[in-house]
Design a protein around this ligand. Structure first.
Ligand code: PBG
Length: 322
């Protein structure tokens, strides 16, 4: 008898039966970019189809995503230069448009899951994720600011906070701050293995948040490293993370699998701005079938072991399967 694996590929029905990985709208968190003002919708030039919305239009956009089954959103603010300073003061001003918008989203859609970002970069005049002193990015001194930012976001109604600066001791510190203030139910999705990647550039365009000096290599991980991701994951689990995230996703599928195989905590993967831009740019030129390339990439992320996928494709995926 000859083994003929092709028998299991002979028709769409059989292929459907033996399909090992299936994407669902429930897998996704859609990142959204927020700007100040009213009735503003501005396309990100390096991310065709992705916009920066003012609060009022973001509410409408969220409603339209929820009608397609996308229920989770990660909101990133773009602040004008004049609201930035060395200590990211604006990040915990309770009247700031970011926090007001989180409140408005939760008021309009209590059933939506809102994730917020905990890092200084959108509010920092240095464009770094932490405090900068004499060209150095300070670790422990940044904690107090992140604590205030986290509390302000929890008060505004965040369901999940995402410490994204890849510095040390974040998860434990922020867990304590949340618990001590009655926010035991707020989850932490730790950016566990976030690499110093070339694939974040369109995001930094979207937020005007690129570092003014230097790069992020003293806090984000070296793309050459895998074992180091296990050290980071050990710490995050010990410190109480509810989810471990790998970022970017596509160039790091091995890291997603590594964490999946070694931890019981759900694994998230961030299919970042540059990964979105690559597919969109080649599809615009007719070099790739954009829809198929999107589906194949998303599928590979899930197949590698991600339980949760943060992706700018979330809405497009949802419209396609609807
Ligand atoms: C910064 C942050 C970045 C992204 C999410 N949070 C950029 C960076 O580290 O410079 C990138 C997301 C993307 O590229 O889609 N705290």
């Amino acid at each position: 008898m000859m083994r003929r694996p092709r028998r299991n590929r002979k028709s769409p029905v059989i292929r459907g039966m033996v399909e090992e990985t299936r994407l669902s709208v429930k897998d996704f968190i859609l990142p959204l970019f927020l700007i100040e003002g009213n009735n503003q919708k501005v396309e990100v030039s390096s991310m065709p189809g992705i916009f920066r919305y003012s609060s009022d239009l973001m509410i409408k956009e969220i409603e339209s995503c929820m009608n397609l089954g996308i229920m989770a959103f990660d909101i990133f603010p773009a602040y004008p230069e004049n609201k930035k300073d060395k200590t990211a003061t604006e990040s915990y001003n309770p009247e700031t448009f970011y926090l007001k918008t989180i409140e408005a989203i939760k008021r309009n859609f209590p059933e939506a899951c809102v994730m917020t970002d905990v890092a200084m970069d959108p509010y920092s005049s240095d464009g770094h994720d932490g405090l900068v002193q004499d060209g150095k990015i300070l670790n422990d001194e940044t904690l107090e600011i992140l604590g205030k930012m986290t509390l302000a976001q929890a008060r505004a109604g965040a369901d999940i906070i995402g410490p994204s600066d890849m510095m040390d001791g974040r998860v434990g510190f922020l867990r304590n701050v949340l618990d001590a203030n009655g926010f035991q139910e707020v989850s932490i999705m730790s950016y566990t293995a976030k690499y110093a990647s070339a694939f974040y550039n369109p995001f930094r365009d979207a937020l005007d948040s690129a570092p003014k000096l230097g790069d992020k290599k003293t806090y984000q991980m070296d793309p050459a490293n895998a074992s180091e991701a296990l050290i980071e994951a050990d710490l995050d689990v010990e410190e109480g993370a509810d989810f471990l995230m790998v970022k970017p996703a596509l160039a790091y599928l091995d890291i997603i699998k590594l964490l999946k195989d070694n931890y019981q905590v759900p694994i998230a993967a961030y299919n970042v701005s540059g990964e979105y831009a690559m597919i969109k740019a080649s599809a615009q030129r007719g070099w790739l079938d954009g829809e198929r390339a999107m589906l194949e990439s998303l599928l590979s992320i899930k197949r590698a072991g991600a339980n949760v996928i943060l992706s700018y494709f979330a809405k497009e995926f949802a419209s396609l399967v609807k």
